[in-house]
Design a binder for this molecule. Structure first.
Ligand SMILES: Nc1ncnc2c1ncn2[C@@H]1O[C@H](COP(=O)(O)OP(=O)(O)OP(=O)(O)O)[C@@H](O)[C@H]1O
Ligand SMILES: [Mg+2]
Length: 359
């Protein structure tokens, strides 16, 4: 199956003679070298794919090129080099008119500081994207009301934006993006301005909505915990380049370089890891028939800890009826520490007692 969204070797250079700069970057020049000439390499050779229904998170520090990358994905910025394919269509080859059409119907963007129109009702604000598309009033109000309901704002349609809290206003922004039925949602630090509790609430809401709507989402954040919570896959950017792409567990357990390793130091691993990541897949013969209290590959880390505390032997992980791994208690402890890689059997001998079959 082809992927919904694909970025192929994207570059964006601001400043003089951008094409020349791209050649120099391809030849191995760094961002700093170019900056000395007054040229900014905002995005350097970014490639990735996002499958339909996935949340792809781009994470990186301020200035790493996240917003520039996102703006190239909907054609707001033209890449200096490279292509963006959306449903197989090359966005970089479209005329301005065709691009506007794709942007109005298929792609929605939610910004960090969502500017609602103060003198329009919540309903009109949510219907704005549809008004731009020329959808008749009755239909756009129906669709906007439905989007508001999905975002937990039923009953607020007639209110004014300043009667809503910051989090609610942000949800109106999300409703506006959802109302257009766009398949691709681009979200640039959409929750960053919210206080922590509301932010978590919005993350939950997005995940819940996503279960039924199955949009293709590119979500930008500089918050690693948010990235780990939301992302089916995560790209880490540094100085314009994507330095690693993978699942939350990939990034946490197998950081590909020191930069990513230092980035993930403070992540709360217990919120991210599941049994499939922490189990030892090499099951010994004498463990093979342990079926008393078991976990599945999706069992969250905290639940594993609770199970492990009750047992005197490793937790068995079953995929259906098949035993796919075991989790000795030491392994759990190892993953909670600053240990970056997988615990080795030598570091963590299984001395918790032999696993025996129970009736
Ligand atoms: N229009 C522009 N002209 C010149 N330089 C730009 C322009 N837009 C962005 N840049 C530069 O490109 C680099 C990447 O900026 P970008 O806004 O993509 O970063 P970001 O990762 O989104 O940062 P933040 O987390 O602060 O939003 C920065 O060095 C910025 O100064
Ligand atoms: Mg930005």
């Amino acid at each position: 199956m082809s992927s919904r969204l694909e970025a192929e070797h994207l570059y964006k250079v601001f400043g003089r003679r951008p094409d020349e700069a791209v050649e120099r970057l391809r030849g191995g020049a760094g961002r700093e070298e170019l900056r000395a000439d007054g040229t900014t390499a905002a995005v350097i050779d970014a490639s990735f794919r996002v499958d339909p229904g996935q949340i792809f998170v781009v994470m990186g520090l301020s200035g790493s090129g996240k917003s520039t990358l996102l703006r190239m994905l909907n054609g707001l910025l033209e890449p200096t080099a490279g292509r963006v394919l959306f449903d197989g269509q090359d966005l970089t080859a479209l005329s301005d008119r065709e691009l506007r059409e794709v942007r109005a119907k298929k792609i929605s963007m939610v910004f960090q500081h969502f500017a609602l129109f103060p003198h329009r009702s919540v309903l009109d604000n949510a219907a704005y994207g549809l008004a731009v598309q020329g959808v008749p009033r009755a239909e756009r109000e129906r669709r906007a009301a439905e989007a508001l309901r999905l975002c937990g704002l039923a009953g607020w349609e007639k209110s004014w934006p300043d009667e809503l809290s910051g989090g609610m206003q942000q949800r109106v922004g999300l409703a506006r993006a959802l109302a257009t039925d766009a398949d691709l949602l681009l979200m640039d630090e959409s929750f960053s301005a919210l206080d922590p509790l509301i932010r978590r609430d919005m993350q939950d809401q997005l995940l819940t909505l996503q279960q039924t709507l199955k949009k293709t989402i590119v979500f930008i954040t500089h918050d690693l915990n948010e990235a780990m919570r939301l992302g089916d896959r995560i790209a880490v950017m540094r100085d314009g380049r994507i330095v690693q792409t993978g699942t939350a567990e990939d990034i946490l357990i197998r950081p590909e370089n020191d930069y990513v390793a230092s980035f993930i130091q403070d992540v709360d691993r217990s919120r991210v890891l599941t049994a499939s990541a922490v189990m030892d897949p090499h099951v010994r013969g004498d463990e093979a028939d342990c079926r008393c209290e078991t976990a599945t590959p999706d069992t969250p880390f905290t639940a594993l800890c609770a199970l492990s505390a009750r047992l005197t032997h490793p937790v068995a992980v079953l995929d259906g009826a098949r035993l796919v791994g075991v989790v000795p208690r030491q392994r759990l402890v190892g993953f909670l520490g600053d240990q970056q890689g997988e615990p080795t059997p030598c570091d963590h001998p299984r001395d918790e007692g032999k696993v025996t079959a129970r009736a």
